[in-house]
Design a protein around this ligand. Sequence first.
Ligand code: NAD
Length: 252
Amino acid sequence: MSTGCFADQPAVVVGAAAGIGKATATLLAHRGARVACLDRDVDGARRLAASLGDQGSKAVAVEMDVTDDASVAEALASAERDLGPISVLVNCAGITGATNRLSEDVDVDDFDLVYRVNLRGAFLLSRAVLPRMVAHGYGRVLHVASIAGKEGNAGMVAYSATKAGLIGMVKAQGKEYAGTGVTVNALAPAVIRTAMVDAMPEAQVRYMTDRIPMKRTGTLAEAAELICWVVSPACSFTTGFTFDMSGGRAVY
Ligand code: NAD
């Protein structure tokens, strides 16, 4: 299948085994991309790649842990061997770390892990793919940040800080690579109903949803649609920007 605006483009989705990454990898494949599904949950990534293959798309699964420099390098090289030079990178790998905890009660190891996944991992991915994309004169990078990075969620200091860092990283990289044919953007969702959200205490989800002007959570389809537009050839004059996806700008 090679129809749609991603016809035969090699696209890498990190964190593809679940949630927003899975929905995005699926939509990219349905729109013609050849998709590498990367995740530390390699079984989940394999299940998705097999299902996309059954639907007529070209998809491969590769194990990757974004906290591990060698794993990032090997997985990207493997994706390129299978699909060719990467045109699109969507990074959805993320963890919340401890929730409902004052900063003084946050374990430093927990903070470090959230940093390594959410910010350092994103940096490793951008750092690796940007020069490859520049060499081909075209590329689209999107990292999933969070509204927590714009507003700061009380009780989620590591998550808020790393997502704010991601927004800053994307601003810097957008400027650094402007004019090369490569764009770097982010998405800042409020609450999208996924396993990550289901794992939070219900009271916290209700608290967050109540503060969304539309009074509902976002859907995976809505997230995947916006991401796919931002990483499409059509989105060509916007870089370094964080797209809001919050039902009317939630402030927690
Ligand atoms: P999810 O937990 O459903 O999926 C995250 C995926 O990332 C999983 O498949 C997981 O295995 C993978 N992952 C985690 N750590 C990894 C690592 N070290 N290396 C490789 N893969 C790893 O989460 P989701 O809700 O789909 O969230 C996706 C992104 O969107 C995250 O960055 C999250 O912070 C962000 N986000 C989500 C929401 C929401 O409401 N769901 C809101 C704002 C931001």
